[in-house]
Design a protein around this ligand. Structure first.
Ligand code: NCD
Length: 302
C-alpha cells in the first residue's frame, strides 16, 4: 500500500492491520512522553484547501508523535490565492522532498490526481463529496473499541448522505469488515446511484433505530448546497434529528457517533450530544492513534 485514497482499496486484512496498529499506538498517548522516533527524518506536508478543525490538527499531532517534520500548508496565505494550480503546488512540495502529503480539497478526485504527480505517499483527508478514509477508519476503530466487534454490527448512517464523503468511506469500509449499513435520509439527500452501494436505504429513522447498534449522525452540509433540499430546519430535525426520546428507542448498549462538526439542535440535540452514549470526543482521540497507524504503515518502511 503506497497511498490511502479510498477505503474501497482496502481488503479486510489491510483494514484490520490498520486498526490493530492503531490499538498498539494508542498506548503512546497514555505515556508522559508521547513520542516515538519511528518517522524521524521524514517530512509530512498537510495540504489543506478546505476548512478543518479536527482532521488537520489530528494529522499534525499524529505525525509529530512519530517524530516526523510537519509542514502545514493552507490555501489561504499561499500562492494558491495567486492562482497557482494544484499540480504546480504539488511539484513544489515534491521538489522539497515531501515523503507524505495529506490533502483536503473541495474537488472530488483531487487526492487521486495528486497521487499521479508526487513520488511520496498521498493520504486523502477529504476530497469534495467523495471520500474521507481516515474518518471511516477511526469510526470503525471506535465501534470496535466500544462494542468489541464489527462483524454483524448494525450501523445506521443518518442525514445528508448526498454531500457526505464520510458516508461513502464508511459504507465501503464497514461492509468490508462485516458490518451491515443502512443509510437513512430524505430522498432529496441521497445520491442517485445509492442503489449501487453495498447497503440498505430507508427514509424512516424511527423504524430503523430499534434495530441499530450504532447510529452515525451527519451534519447537513449547507456549504455544498446550491438548492433547497428540505422545507425547513424544523421539519428536518423533526424527521431526521436525534433527540433523547429517539435515543430511548434504541437498544440499551447502542452508541451515537458524529464525525463533527455537530450542529446542535439540527441533526442532534444537546442532550444526546452530551450523553455518555455519544462517542464524539472518543472519535477525536482515536483519530490521532489511527492516523499515527496510517502514517506509520505508509511511511515507516526504510
Ligand atoms: C467531516 C468532513 O469534513 O467531511 N468532518 C470531519 O472531517 N470530521 C464532516 C462535516 O464536515 O460535516
Amino acid at each position: 500500500m503506497r497511498h490511502l485514497l479510498s477505503t474501497g482499496d482496502l481488503d479486510r486484512d489491510e483494514a484490520t492491520l490498520i486498526l490493530d496498529t492503531a490499538t498498539e499506538l494508542a498506548q503512546v498517548g497514555d505515556r508522559s512522553v508521547k513520542k516515538l522516533p519511528t518517522l524521524r527524518g521524514r517530512t509530512v506536508v498537510n495540504l489543506f484547501y478546505e476548512d478543518s478543525t479536527r482532521t488537520r490538527t489530528s494529522f499534525e499531532l499524529a505525525a509529530k508523535r512519530l517524530s516526523a517534520d510537519v509542514i502545514n500548508f493552507s490555501a489561504k496565505g499561499s500562492s494558491v490565492s495567486k492562482g497557482e494550480s494544484l499540480k504546480d503546488t504539488a511539484l513544489t512540495l515534491q521538489a522539497m522532498g515531501a515523503d507524505g502529503v495529506v490533502i483536503r480539497h473541495s474537488a472530488s478526485g483531487a487526492a487521486h490526481r495528486l497521487a499521479n504527480w508526487v513520488d511520496g505517499s498521498v493520504l486523502n483527508a477529504g476530497d469534495g463529496t467523495h471520500e474521507h478514509p481516515t474518518q471511516a477508519l477511526l469510526d470503525a476503530f471506535t465501534m470496535r473499541a466500544r462494542l468489541g466487534r464489527l462483524e454483524g454490527l448494525r450501523v445506521a448512517v443518518v442525514g445528508d448522505i448526498l454531500h457526505s464523503r464520510v458516508a461513502r468511506s464508511n459504507v465501503l469500509l464497514l461492509t468490508t469488515l462485516g458490518a451491515h449499513v443502512t443509510l437513512v435520509a430524505p430522498p432529496t439527500l441521497l445520491p442517485v446511484s445509492v442503489h449501487t452501494w453495498p447497503c440498505e436505504v430507508s427514509y424512516d429513522l424511527d423504524r430503523v433505530l430499534p434495530e441499530t447498534d450504532v447510529v452515525m449522525m451527519l451534519r447537513v452540509q449547507a456549504e455544498r448546497m446550491r438548492d433547497s433540499f428540505f422545507p425547513s430546519v424544523r421539519e428536518y430535525s423533526r424527521n431526521y434529528g436525534l433527540d433523547g426520546e429517539r435515543l430511548g428507542r434504541m437498544p440499551a448498549e447502542a452508541i451515537v457517533m458524529h464525525p463533527g462538526p455537530m450542529v446542535r439542535g439540527m441533526e442532534i440535540s444537546a442532550e444526546v450530544a452530551d450523553s455518555p452514549r455519544c462517542t464524539v470526543t472518543e472519535q477525536v482521540a482515536n483519530g490521532v492513534s489511527l492516523r499515527m497507524a496510517v502514517l506509520y504503515l505508509l511511511l515507516g518502511g526504510s
